[in-house]
Design a protein around this ligand. Structure first.
Ligand SMILES: Nc1ncnc2c1ncn2[C@@H]1O[C@H](COP(=O)(O)OP(=O)(O)O)[C@@H](O)[C@H]1O
Ligand SMILES: [Mg+2]
Length: 223
């Protein structure tokens, strides 16, 4: 078992009204599985992904990553668990503008005190086809190149699970297809569990599981 979500809800307070954006979500993902979260804009996809990744906490319910109950963990412990077990790829890349491609990729490994961060970063950049862009800054890279840097960064600590929130949302079709191939290759070659939010219907044929969200509710519960 890689991820377990049990009775997870999320509410926000707006003025004196309570807005529930995720209602009683339940599912399990096994190690090495691929899963797509789909649903209309505002249906709670990003909220669900953030809670699964330990970036955000549920209002009610429990989340386990491997056998670790995230609810019990402090903010510092969650940050360490995220860095050790997960990688996150965002729609807007979120690279650090003042660092080169190679330095961006090194960050999670350096946080862990890894001695060979530089060599690993260089090898990963070569794997995503950017061996000749290692000293470029994000502003000097195209969107597709920036997202490849973000994927290399997400993989540097050999995560057990990758979360990707509309990773191709800001890319043209061809570049987006290449980014998805990279994520699925890494899933196949490294056994990395993959949970991604997508609008791409093509993609739903490539994953083993689909979680459909509508108004914060999963409309195709696991049986
Ligand atoms: N921090 C927040 N405060 C208040 N409302 C939020 C917050 N984050 C998300 N929401 C609301 O939760 C709903 C689901 O958002 P989100 O998970 O981003 O949806 P999706 O990713 O499917 O588009 C939206 O109505 C959004 O406005
Ligand atoms: Mg979203």
């Amino acid at each position: 078992m890689m991820l377990k979500v049990e009775g997870v809800s999320k509410s926000f307070r707006s003025g004196n009204r309570k807005l529930t954006v995720l209602k009683d979500a339940n599912f399990v993902m096994n190690a090495g599985q691929t899963c797509a979260v789909i649903g209309p804009s505002g249906s709670g996809k990003t909220t669900l992904l953030g809670i699964c990744a330990g970036l955000d906490r549920p209002t009610t319910g429990r989340v386990w990553m491997e056998d670790i109950l995230l609810n019990d963990r402090s903010e510092d412990e969650l940050a360490r668990l995220r860095n050790d077990l997960t990688g996150f790829v965002f729609q807007t890349f979120r690279l650090i503008p003042s660092l080169t491609a190679q330095e961006n990729v090194m960050v999670p490994a350096e946080l862990r005190g890894s001695a060979d961060a530089r060599n690993r970063a260089r090898a990963l950049l070569a794997e995503v086809g950017l061996e000749d862009r290692t000293h470029h800054y994000p502003a000097q890279l195209s969107g597709g190149e920036q997202q490849r840097v973000a994927i290399a960064r997400a993989f540097i600590n050999k995560p057990r699970i990758i979360f990707a929130d509309e990773p191709t949302g800001n890319l043209d079709e061809e570049t987006g297809a290449h980014i998805l191939d990279l994520l699925f290759d890494l899933n196949r070659n490294e056994g990395t569990t993959l949970m991604l939010v997508t609008h791409d219907h093509e993609l739903t044929r490539r994953v083993q599981r689909i979680v459909k969200l509508k108004n914060g509710q999963i409309t195709n519960p696991q049986t």
